[in-house]
Structures are given as structure tokens and as C-alpha cells.
Design a protein around this ligand. Structure first.
Ligand code: C6P
Length: 414
């Protein structure tokens, strides 16, 4: 998949929008390479949150006073902005959630609770995050359904798609797949996978935690039934995300949480449900979250997601190449096009030691199983170290990271 950037942004000017990046950590300039865990926030997002709390704060959809109207309008404007960001057909298809994890749990409980039965199969891939495994295991336990996995090819971390035909049997009712793997960087061909599933009448879910805000996402072009993402990974606040659900699917899906806002009428023994998407948003929602997310999506689209993809890919390719020139480095994930991260191991050095020493030099990495324990087992490692990039990172920072990796190798004598 090649995206052509419309124009090249001034990346170093953008960096100045992120106050947090301008600091020393343990006496060294901060190199923040933990963006797959959470991104930093630009001034525009911080200001939107402050402005909301200083001027407009009130509950939504309830009051008829001025502040409540302002708050409701801003909340629903954020929904329209999110619709546009994903190219969904209607705001009825955009449910605000706490993030990717909650979006997937909503589908597993509400949709899965109605449509998954004993003997059905839920198809996943071997590179899924726990958020796209555990909710399905819980559903399978409740219903008697079974899980099945598309294997990966080894350290290169591609899906072994030669096996797909034999896995897409008539028992498969749901196919849930990660768009970009947080542990490998693999960019999966989700539009092709969804098309193959759709031909067989299989419902599809895409985990967009690492893809939204990193490349252009068009849920109609992907052709998925559900797409979940988290705002905090793409310059937005923590605690807010969205679940796209195709309207026809959501209309047939019962609510998950019960309470205020999600009802049309309530009496002592029976209730009826609100229209989409409100039937899936019980109780007072996170209000400042969508407002901050709105500012984040405006910010990202002003840069251009094609540009962000190219920039992240350049850093990942450069880091991969520089690491591969060092002795004793084991690299994970594809050599070619990939998401903006690199997972690696240094000989026998534990990933936590790599991350701990890198931190002394001001370089923020992540080490561990990255919430992909089954994948780590498959790769035969307890953990990996991971450098993950975003558009405010630079090649000079990658050079600094490589210097630090060499210091770590010297320290451990490897
Ligand atoms: N991965 C990482 O450091 P939440 O926590 O709901 O915002 O996102 C969950 C999630 C789901 N799918 C994928 C592919 C993810 O990468 C994540 C979050 C973080 O890699 C924390 S483990």
C-alpha cells in the first residue's frame, strides 16, 4: 500500500507544538520512543481541554441552559469529526468508548452475546493484542464457541495467508484482526481480509489501536463491520476512543450497559432503547475527552495522515537498518512496509534491562510482552524491547537511540 503525501510538512516546527518534548531526563534530552503505548499531546489539544473546563463545562443531552447546550453541541461536533476521520456514513455509526479495549468488549458482549452460539468459530490472528483475544475467550467460555488463529510466518511476523482458505470454514461467524501489530509493526491487508470474510457472510472487526492516526483510515474502503481505536495514542486525551459499527449491524445489536441516556422509555418492568448511537452510551459520558479528541483529529489532518505514515515508515526503516548493522541484534517484524515501530532483542540481555539503561540516557522505550503473551510464546522469547515513533520524532533521535544501544551492548559485554 503506497500513500502519496500531498506536501511535506515542516516536521521540526511541529515538534515545538509539544511542550513535553522539550525537557531533560536524567541529564539528557528526552527521546520519546514509546508512542505505541501513548502519544504526546500538542498544545492545541491541551488548550481545547482547558477552554472547555474554563468556559463550557456542563452535562450533555440533559439541560436546556446555555452551558449544557454548548457542551452538547461540542460533544456532538466531536462525533461528526470522528465520523469524518474514519469516513463512516453517519454519526449513528460512531460510539464513544474509553478506547480500543472497551470498543472490542462492547462488540464481544453486545453483538457476540446475541449472535455467537455454541460451535461457532471466532477467527483471530496469532499477533493479536490481549484486548483482541481475552474478550473473545470470555465470550467463547460463556457460549461454547471456539477460537481459531491464523498463524504468523516467524520473526518476520507476516500472516501466513496461504492457510486462510482452510481456516474460513462455515462455522466462522466473526473474524477479528489487528490492523498494525503493536509488537511486530506488521501492517495487515485488512481490506482484502474483510472482503474475503464478507463474501462468506462473516462479520469483521478491525483493531485500529496502532493504525488510526498513523495512516488514512476509511472504514467503507476497508469494508469492516467494526473498527475500534483509542484517542490517547493519536494526540488525544486518555480515556476516550471510538467504535465504528456499520449501521445495519448496530441496529440488530442489543445495548451492553444499561442506565441513563441509552433509553427511550423506562417503566418498572420494561424499557425501550434510544436511537443509535446513544443506545450504546449509558450514563454521563466522558465529555472533555471527545472535545480533546476533536482537536487532535483536526491537528493530525492538518499534517496529513499520508505524510505521517511516510514519516513514521522512514524512521522505522532507518532504525531497522541501523539496528541490523549491529552485532547480536534480533529483529522482529517485516523488513518492508510496516507501522512506525521496531521490536528487537540484544543477545541474552533481558528487554527490561535494555529499557532501564536506555532510560538513564533519556531514551523512553518499552520492554515486555506488549500485551501479546501468546505471540511472545510463538516467537520463543519472554519479551522484546520496542522503539515506537510518531511524526514529531526525528532521524537524529534514531541516531541517538543507536548510540545508546551500543552503550548497552558495551555495558553487558555483548
Ligand atoms: N497497546 C502498547 O504499548 P487501549 O489500552 O484500549 O488504549 O489499547 C489496547 C490495544 C489494543 N490493540 C493494540 C494493537 C494495542 O497496541 C493496544 C495498546 C499498548 O502496545 C499498551 S499494551
Amino acid at each position: 500500500m503506497i500513500f502519496m503525501p500531498p506536501s511535506t510538512p515542516d516536521w521540526s516546527a511541529l515538534r515545538a507544538d509539544f511542550p513535553i518534548l522539550d525537557q531533560q531526563v536524567h541529564g539528557h534530552p528526552l527521546v520519546y520512543f514509546d508512542n505505541a503505548a501513548t502519544s504526546q499531546k500538542p498544545r492545541a489539544v491541551i488548550d481545547a481541554l482547558v477552554r472547555y473546563y474554563e468556559r463550557d463545562n456542563a452535562n450533555v443531552h440533559r439541560g436546556i441552559h446555555e452551558l449544557s447546550n454548548r457542551s452538547t453541541n461540542a460533544f456532538e461536533a466531536a462525533r461528526e469529526r470522528t465520523r469524518k476521520f474514519l469516513n463512516a456514513r453517519s454519526t449513528e455509526e460512531i460510539i464513544f468508548t474509553r478506547g480500543t479495549t472497551e470498543g472490542i468488549n462492547l462488540v464481544a458482549n453486545a453483538w457476540g452475546g446475541k449472535f455467537i452460539k455454541a460451535g461457532d468459530v471466532i477467527l483471530l490472528t496469532e499477533m493479536e493484542h490481549h484486548s483482541n483475544i481475552v474478550p473473545w475467550q470470555m465470550l467463547a467460555e460463556r457460549t461454547g464457541a471456539k477460537l481459531r488463529y491464523i498463524p504468523i510466518t516467524g520473526d518476520e511476523g507476516l500472516l501466513d495467508l496461504g492457510k486462510l482458505d482452510s481456516l474460513l470454514t462455515p462455522e466462522v461467524k466473526l473474524f477479528a484482526m489487528v490492523h498494525i501489530s503493536n509488537a511486530l509493526g506488521t501492517l495487515n491487508p485488512v481490506a482484502d481480509l474483510c472482503a474475503r470474510a464478507r463474501k462468506l457472510g462473516i462479520t469483521t472487526l478491525v483493531d485500529g489501536a496502532q493504525s488510526a492516526g498513523h495512516l488514512p483510515v476509511d472504514v467503507q474502503a476497508i469494508g469492516c463491520d467494526f473498527y475500534a481505536f483509542s484517542g490517547h495514542k493519536i494526540c488525544g486525551p486518555t480515556g476516550i476512543g471510538a467504535l465504528f459499527g456499520r449501521k445495519e449491524v448496530l441496529e440488530n445489536t442489543p445495548p451492553w450497559h444499561g442506565g441513563g441516556e441509552m433509553i427511550a422509555t423506562v417503566d418498572y418492568f420494561k424499557s425501550t432503547w434510544n436511537t443509535l448511537p446513544h443506545k450504546f452510551e449509558a450514563g454521563t459520558p466522558d465529555i472533555s475527552g471527545p472535545i480533546g479528541l476533536h482537536a487532535a483529529l483536526d491537528y493530525l489532518d492538518a499534517i496529513g495522515r499520508e505524510n505521517i505514515f511516510r514519516h513514521d515508515l522512514d524512521l522505522a526503516t532507518y532504525a531497522y537498518q541501523r539496528l541490523s548493522e549491529l552485532k547480536g541484534v534480533r529483529l522482529f517484524g517485516p523488513r518492508g512496509e510496516r507501522g512506525g515501530l521496531v521490536s528487537f532483542l540484544l543477545d541474552d540481555v533481558h528487554a527490561h534491562d535494555v529499557v532501564t539503561i536506555a532510560d538513564r540516557y533519556g531514551v523512553a522505550l518499552r520492554g515486555g510482552h506488549h500485551c501479546t503473551q501468546p505471540l511472545m510464546k510463538k516467537l520463543g522469547v519472554p519479551s522484546t524491547a520496542r522503539a515506537s515513533f510518531y511524526f514529531y520524532n526525528t532521524r537524529a533521535e534514531v541516531d541517538r537511540f543507536i548510540e545508546v544501544v551500543r552503550e548497552i551492548q558495551k555495558f553487558f559485554g555483548v
